[in-house]
Write a protein that binds this ligand. Structure first.
Ligand code: NAP
Length: 345
């Protein structure tokens, strides 16, 4: 098979090469999948440079998220396999920048009806992070006001959609006009440029003008994948919940806790990847919730559409674009060709 194999750490994505490596043989406890599309993540860039928390022994194939077709079942399994040959699946495990991959059943889900491989390849990480954060951790409900930071990013666009589906009003922040337009396209009610240092004042103004009671002071929930909890505490209502999702700005914040007390608010973390280990039943509940929203037409794919990345040779360019903060939604590489043009089953 062909794959973006890392035999030594590289300086950056543009140093990556596509090589011929042996196709994995069907395994006892894993499905063999032909990959059609692969999702990119910022941690892929860290991993190829040797800077990520999970570094397999060299050599290894880069990439984590994918969507494709099952070509072989586990060769020996104590239970009946959930999927059959030909099923369309998406999932995440090491080695997605390749034409084939082996994956265990718990790392796979069925591609939703009507979805392209391209859109499904970006679903496995972002959707449950945002649903788990907003629904399970922050208890979002109809009538809430939710501030979503970096709303045009991968987890951000998922958060905008989940919050809207739950009946909330969404204020979205993003750094460029194009990204703010995208956040609106995905349902945000208000958009704010958070490169303007006065953005907390703008959030407060919107709440004052459009809300009643305690809500005039600010939002009920903050969804923060950037590292903006401290500034966000300036524009929250009594009893607000602030979700610590990530640190895309590269700095781990220190927060003035007096505001947490004075405003009677909660700062809540979420580590989605660890739910499979510590809270398995919630994983199923979250995915059921997401598939219900998809079936109701309230959650759609967020694949970046301003540029196409076709073939494994485009992985370096796709990762470079992601790293330069030029993109929105999920940057997806269509490994087998133009998945957008293919029929949606
Ligand atoms: N807690 C969890 O379980 C979990 C799960 C998944 C992801 N995450 C984390 O969530 C964060 C966002 O993930 P994502 O997939 O949405 O990433 P993404 O698609 O790359 O989006 C990140 C956004 O952050 C904003 N940003 C602000 N400062 C930035 C900077 N200095 N460099 C780059 N981007 C910056 C950018 O929006 P603007 O240009 O509009 O500012 C960008 O669109 C990451 O830190 C990731 O590790 C956490």
């Amino acid at each position: 098979m062909r794959a973006v194999q890392v035999s030594e750490y590289v300086k950056g994505p543009l140093d990556l090469k596509v090589t011929e490596v042996p196709t994995p043989t069907p395994a006892a406890d894993k499905y063999l999948i032909e990959i059609h599309s692969a999702g990119t993540n910022f941690f892929d860039i860290l991993q190829i440079q040797g800077k990520y928390q999970h570094q397999p022994p060299l050599p290894w194939v880069g990439g984590a998220e994918f969507a494709g077709t099952i070509t072989a079942l586990p060769t020996s399994s104590s239970t009946t396999p959930k999927f059959k040959v030909g099923d369309r699946v998406f999932g995440a495990t090491q080695g997605a920048y390749a034409t084939h991959i082996l994956a265990p059943e718990q790392a796979l889900l069925p591609v939703p009806n009507g979805w392209s491989f391209e859109d499904a390849a970006g679903l496995f990480v972002t959707a449950p992070t945002s649903y788990g954060g907003l629904v399970q951790r922050a208890g979002v409900k109809s009538g809430d006001w939710v501030l979503v930071h970096a709303a045009a990013g991968g987890v951000g666009l998922a958060a905008v959609q989940v919050a809207k589906a739950m009946g909330a009003t969404v204020i979205a922040t993003a750094g460029t006009q194009r990204k703010r337009d995208i956040a609106r396209e995905f349902g945000a009610d208000f958009v704010i440029d958070y490169r303007d240092s006065k953005w907390p004042e703008l959030v407060k103004k919107l709440c004052k003008e459009n809300r009643k009671g305690n809500g005039t002071a600010g939002v009920d929930i903050v969804y923060d994948p950037v590292g903006m909890i401290d500034a966000s505490l300036k524009c929250v209502a009594w009893n607000a919940r602030l979700l610590v999702i990530g640190f895309a700005a590269g700095k781990i914040e220190k927060v003035a806790l007096n505001r947490v007390l004075l405003k009677n608010v909660s700062i809540v973390g979420l580590h989605w990847g660890q739910y499979a280990r510590f809270e398995t039943p919630t994983v199923g509940e979250v995915w059921k919730g997401i598939f219900d929203l998809v079936a109701q037409g309230k959650f759609r794919g967020t694949a970046f559409k301003d540029e196409s990345f076709v073939g494994l040779e485009s992985v370096p360019k796709a990762l470079a674009a992601l790293g330069e903060r030029e993109t929105w939604g999920k940057v997806v590489v269509n490994v087998t060709g133009n998945e957008k043009a293919k029929s949606k089953l």
